[in-house]
Ligand binder design. Structure first.
Ligand SMILES: Nc1ncnc2c1ncn2[C@@H]1O[C@H](COP(=O)(O)OP(=O)(O)O)[C@@H](O)[C@H]1O
Ligand SMILES: [Mg+2]
Length: 330
């Protein structure tokens, strides 16, 4: 298999869909590049390259799923998401995992070889705590063990009798890890190195932002599981400016989608610039990252979307404020 895209090219493609999160993009691009390298097998020194699964840490609605999804699409890799919380609620983790891999195979159009180099995103791994008094069989800890096994690489028997080998499947785990910063400030000592600012300060900040496996253990991750996620990267809270960009910039930005929907009815939609800031401001209050943007936008548009099909005379919709009714004109 050839390495189709260089890390910088992967980032450039991600930029078309994901706003901000530069560090995470870079880290993912480098990791996926290595992923292809490994699958290509040979390398000059015949050094065996071990798989590096990835942990994405970041608040809800900041683009974890979107990043993985987009990455998979850019690289034409089959992709599935799984929810760690629901894995922890089932009595039959093995069956669930088999089902996840089966979905991956479906996404690969039944092509086993293709599925075996796909991406599995397991969200909410921070909820897989080892809980005292809970039986091992139904605890988050047992889910970690089950995931660990397939992350390391194992043949998993599917319902149809075939085996899917997970050795080259890239596992990306995600979680909000609320309170992690608190742990970091307690466990990191780099802050005492005297620096003169500038570059030193930057390196220092990077070291301080680094998450150690031991920090993850505080969340109830078992050492073996944390150890299987050697690449840890963070996504950050989205600023109001970023939320505005999310509404308008990406190829399938919400604003563009509504413009396209109305254009199909021969209507031009024009939303004034300050409105985006109003929507973004409200979204920040909802504390769900970019997740609430669509709902707020939909609500703003509902009367328009209701009226337009009944009134072919409407040719233009102008919205000047989130708190004023839209202007409909011929
Ligand atoms: N950085 C971002 N750039 C563009 N859109 C984003 C970004 N973060 C979140 N979104 C949008 O918000 C919604 C939720 O994002 P998602 O990736 O599912 O968040 P997470 O997995 O971090 O909870 C998606 O519809 C996505 O399009
Ligand atoms: Mg998600």
């Amino acid at each position: 298999m050839s390495i189709a895209l260089k890390p910088s090219e992967i980032v450039a493609r991600l930029n078309e869909h994901v706003i901000g999160q530069e560090t995470a993009k870079k880290t993912l691009a480098v990791a996926i590049y290595g992923h292809f390298r490994r699958m290509a097998g040979r390398n000059p020194d015949s050094v065996e390259l071990t798989k590096s699964n990835i942990l994405l840490i970041g608040p809800t609605g900041t683009g974890k799923t979107l990043l993985c999804e987009t990455l998979a699409r850019i690289l034409d890799l089959p992709f599935v998401t799984a929810d760690a919380t629901s894995l922890a609620q089932t009595q039959f983790v093995g069956d669930e995992i088999e089902a996840i891999l089966h979905r991956l195979l479906d996404r690969a159009g039944g092509d086993l070889a293709k599925a075996q180099r796909g991406i599995v995103f397991v969200d909410e791994v921070d909820k897989l705590k080892a809980v005292d008094g809970q039986s091992r069989a139904t605890s988050g800890e047992s889910v970690q063990h089950a995931l660990l096994k397939i992350m390391e690489g194992a043949p998993v028997k599917l319902k149809d009798g075939r085996h899917i080998d997970t050795t080259h499947i890239l596992f990306i785990c995600g979680g909000a890890f609320v309170g992690l910063d608190h742990i970091l400030t307690r466990t990191h000592t780099f802050g005492f190195i005297a620096t003169q600012g500038g570059d030193d300060q930057k390196i220092l900040e990077r070291l301080n932002a680094r998450i150690k496996p031991t920090d993850l253990l505080e969340f109830g991750l078992i050492p073996e599981f944390a150890g299987r996620l050697p690449i840890v990267t963070r996504l950050h809270d989205l600023t109001q400016d970023m939320l505005v960009r999310i509404l308008t910039e990406p190829k399938n930005a919400i604003y563009r989608q509504f413009q396209a929907m109305l254009a199909a009815d021969g209507v031009t939609l024009e939303v004034a610039t300050p409105v985006f800031a109003q929507i973004a401001g409200l979204a920040i209050e909802y504390k769900a990252g970019a997740r609430s943007l669509r709902g707020i936008f939909e609500e703003m548009m509902v009367d328009v979307m209701y009226a337009v099909p009944d009134h072919p005379a409407i040719k233009r919709v102008t919205i000047n404020s989130l708190f004023e009714p839209p202007k409909l004109s011929a």
